[in-house]
Design a protein around this ligand. Structure first.
Ligand SMILES: O=C(O)C1=C[C@@H](OP(=O)(O)O)[C@@H](O)[C@H](O)C1
Ligand SMILES: C=C(OP(=O)(O)O)C(=O)O
Length: 422
């Protein structure tokens, strides 16, 4: 499916944020390992979260996905035995990384694999840590990458984790921690990438009754005997997905309100709002609603987005419409995502007329007169959504294979149509 995008006049629209993908993955896992029944309310129903649910069912967890809720009778920390099982996680990095540790909880041999791009997304530091904690983990293809086969016992102990490529390596072990035979202690020698997602992990673990010891982002501990308890849990709104709506105001001018967002959220992509404010937008929050207004031209900034990786592309497209250049740092690990996002973003902005320079851990966007192009997102949902929003400011844009947004935000195109923007 291709979507053609014309230039939009100044906007005055209200959107609802979809549920958080990261929170939904984690609630599914915690509920699966919990003692007792959980009801997950307003889960994100998207390709990636469905992959996690399907994988948990394959591991023997009774996951009942109903109408806007998921009911799970938790296993109480253990997983049932059975034949070896293979989990195909598509290109859901969160699913594959987090479930790699859940696989160690299972008494069955578990193979974790994915699509072609997933097999290019690194896993080495997580495998090394799982081996140190009792896992017998084998690479079935290229060393350091999926597919892997996980056997052994989650005995626990101490492991050092290099999370410079992905915070998910740490989140994975922590989420499974309550099911280890002994204490789990993780030492993190250097600042993890996307560190805010570790706050999301700890938030969900504690919401389901687990206690997590930590020293900032350098050390994490889950004590033997820690357990999850089933509960009713409502998934908060997704600030990463909401960024595209906020960017509509920044790029087209006018006002966008987005509701269903938690004002106390620990999601790192709230930082996108700080960036918009620094560039000249008016940002206001009231209850569950955030309002962004852009009246005058925006000016470029220099900002570290290392803890807000999923809104780097959204910020880059906004930056291309500002009056002066923007430099975004902390972007080196974006090469490991659904695509090499810094390269893809640079190439497409340059095709549109912007000046872009890329360094080891930064991207600088120098605004210039822009023209619409046809963008092939190469199956990356965030490339599709960020350039769609830029198209509303430039016109003459076509997004190829637009259904790829289903990975995280299946309602994206309908939301723009419902607001009269398509
Ligand atoms: O743990 C999570 O839910 C996620 C962590 C981040 O990945 P990295 O930690 O690999 O940067 C983020 O980009 C991804 O969309 C979701
Ligand atoms: C990188 C992302 O997700 P994942 O790591 O789960 O593939 C994303 O949603 O941008």
């Amino acid at each position: 499916m291709d979507v053609n995008i014309s230039r939009s006049p100044v906007v005055d629209v209200t959107f609802s944020a979809p549920p958080s993908k990261s929170y939904t993955h984690r609630a599914l896992i915690a509920a699966s390992l919990a003692a007792g029944r959980s009801r997950i309310c307003r889960p994100l129903d998207a390709e990636d979260t469905r992959l996690t649910a399907r994988a948990l069912r394959s591991l023997g967890v009774p996951v009942d996905w109903g109408d806007n809720e998921i009911v799970i009778d938790g296993t109480g920390g253990a997983l049932p035995g059975g034949d070896p099982v293979t989990l195909d996680l598509g290109n859901s990095g969160t699913s594959l990384r987090l479930l790699s540790s859940i696989a160690l909880v299972s008494p069955r041999p578990v193979v974790l694999t994915g699509n072609r791009r997933m097999l290019e997304r690194p896993l080495g530091p997580l495998v090394e840590a799982l081996r140190a904690l009792g896992g017998e983990v084998a690479y079935l293809g290229r060393s350091g990458y999926p597919p892997i086969r996980v056997e052994g016992r989650f005995s626990g102990g101490t492991a050092a984790v290099d999370a410079s490529m992905s915070s998910q390596f740490i989140s994975s072990i922590l989420m499974a921690g309550p099911s280890a035979d002994g204490d789990v202690e993780l030492k993190v020698p250097e600042m993890p990438a996307s560190r805010s997602y570790l706050d999301v992990t700890v938030d969900v673990m504690e919401a389901f009754g687990a206690t997590v010891g930590r020293d900032g982002y350098t050390r994490f501990r889950v004590r033997r005997g820690t357990r999850y308890t089933g509960r009713e849990y409502t998934v908060e709104g997704d600030y990463s997905s909401a960024s595209y709506f906020f960017a509509v105001a920044a790029i087209c001018g006018g006002t966008v309100r987005v509701n269903c967002l938690s004002p106390a959220s620990v999601q790192g992509d709230r930082r996108f709002l700080d960036a918009l404010e620094a560039m000249g937008c008016l940002v206001a929050a009231s209850g569950d609603t955030v309002t962004v207004t852009r009246e005058d031209e925006l000016f470029g900034i220099t900002i570290d987005m290392s803890s807000a990786p999923d809104t780097v592309q959204t910020l880059a497209v906004v930056a291309a419409t500002a009056a002066t250049p923007t430099t975004i740092t902390g972007v080196g690990h974006l090469q490991y995502k659904e695509s090499d996002r810094v390269r893809v973003t640079a190439e497409n902005l340059q095709r549109m007329g912007a000046g872009v320079s890329v360094g080891a851990d930064r991207i600088t966007i120098t605004p210039a007169p822009l023209h619409g192009v046809t963008v092939n997102p190469v199956d990356d949902h965030r490339t599709a959504m960020s350039f769609a929003v830029l198209g509303l400011g430039v016109g003459g844009m076509t997004i190829r294979d637009a259904e790829c947004v289903g990975k995280s935000f299946p309602g994206f195109w309908d939301a723009l149509r419902g607001a009269g923007l398509l």
